[in-house]
Design a protein around this ligand. Structure first.
Ligand code: F0G
Length: 382
């Protein structure tokens, strides 16, 4: 007898392609490559609004709880499934870290080759370890993400490689599902949806998802040439205002032009030439939203604040959404009574070095009760 036959497997979550099959460009012939990504928690913050003395609802969509620890898994299950469907034997991407981790994992799952180009010395250790551990060929370039992105496109012109960066339209199709999950959790769109912006695929994907769910076409979609097949079966009556936050040293959307030497502690968004430039502007303009910037100091303060006051550990880039929202609440740009969703794009464990650097160092004492009591008493104020 099959040992599991008594279990009800029909309710078993099998990843976002199965969950949203009717809203994604897949068929019954598509081999689904999944690690059961998606279905991430939407966590309401309680301490932070109190601290800010603001009567608002802030909810975090914690994408760090995806299988490889970032939102990239949503796009990668689609991109790799479609690559395999098309007969591809190898994928390639440029990455600031998370895309390479996801590509490596899904390529391993699909049993195909994976090549990743990363900027030497500028990706967080956790992400590098993932790409290496999953057996991808890791190529460190003496250049930045934008150089890598250009090279990947050149290489794919002549070599048998499928690009799995977000210029691959299937990536955005997978990532749009985050909007569906938010809508299902809240019943309708929040007033604002805030997220960090780097290569700008994710804000575009959010907008595609929200637009489709509200039955409205949008200018962020590079898949269906304006003839969206998914406008039926509405999940929402309206769309949120989209707010994109960039790191000050890597803020082409704020400057209004590409930036050649991007620099920020939030290495995930250390990008000066975003490929989804037009799509992200469409998301901002059509939603009545805005872009803003956060300094490295504000980003790290936001990361620490979230970790200490709410118990949620996200990576620095993700904290740009929290830092930005705090600032806009204080300025009154986002008003009282609002419901705000922040996408926390990646897990804090991805970048332990930055976390340790900004935290109080552990005390070292002898392995004696009195010594430890002394430390505890000091902190209890006794
Ligand atoms: N947050 C995290 C944690 C990221 O890894 C990225 C992008 C972003 C935000 C920005 O998203 O590019 O869609 O605007 N990381 C890519 C990578 C570039 O290679 O991992 P975006």
């Amino acid at each position: 007898m099959n040992m599991t036959s008594h279990l009800n497997m029909t309710s078993h979550y099998r990843g976002l392609i199965e969950r949203y099959r009717d809203r994604l460009p897949v068929s019954s012939d598509t081999p689904v490559v999944t690690l059961n990504e998606g279905n991430t928690p939407l966590i309401e913050l309680f301490n932070l609004p109190n601290l800010l003395r603001k009567n608002v609802r802030i909810l975090c969509k914690f994408e760090g709880l995806n299988p490889t620890g970032s939102f990239k898994d949503r796009g990668m299950t689609m991109a790799v499934s479609k690559a395999v469907e098309g007969g591809s034997k190898a994928i390639i991407c440029a990455s600031t870290g998370n895309t390479s981790a996801a590509a490596a994992a899904y390529a391993a799952r699909a049993n195909i080759r994976c090549f990743v180009l990363i900027p030497e010395g500028k990706i967080a250790l956790g992400k590098l370890s993932q790409a290496m551990m999953h057996g991808s060929v890791v190529i460190q370039i003496r250049g930045n993400f934008d150089d890598g992105m250009r090279l990947v496109q050149e290489l794919a012109e002549t070599m048998p490689l499928d690009i799995v960066n977000s210029i691959n339209p299937y990536r955005l199709q997978g990532q749009k599902t985050i909007a569906f999950e938010v809508l299902e959790a809240l019943g309708d769109a929040p007033d604002y949806h805030a997220l960090p912006v780097g290569n700008a695929g994710n804000i575009s994907a959010h907008w595609i998802g929200y637009s489709e769910a509200a039955g409205m076409a949008c200018g962020s979609c590079n898949h269906c040439d304006g003839k969206c097949p998914y406008l039926e079966n509405k999940l929402a009556t309206r769309r949120p205002i989209m707010v994109g936050y960039q790191a000050s040293g890597a803020a082409p959307f704020l400057r209004g032009h590409m930036v050649d030497d991007p620099e920020t502690v939030a290495t995930a968004i250390r990008i000066g030439h975003p490929v989804s430039w037009d799509l992200a502007w469409a998301a901002k303009n059509e939603s009545g939203g805005w872009f803003d910037e956060c300094t490295d100091e504000e980003i790290l303060r936001g990361q620490k604040l979230l970790a200490e006051t709410e118990g949620i550990f996200c990576e620095p880039a993700s904290a740009a959404s929290i830092a930005g929202v705090c600032k806009d609440l204080e300025l009154g740009v986002i008003g009282e009574g609002s419901t705000i969703v922040c996408t926390l794009t990646g897990h804090g464990l991805k970048d332990p070095d930055t976390a340790i650097e900004q935290s109080t160092k552990p005390v070292v004492v002898d392995a004696k009760r009195a010594a430890i009591e002394g430390v505890i008493a000091k902190h209890l104020g006794g």
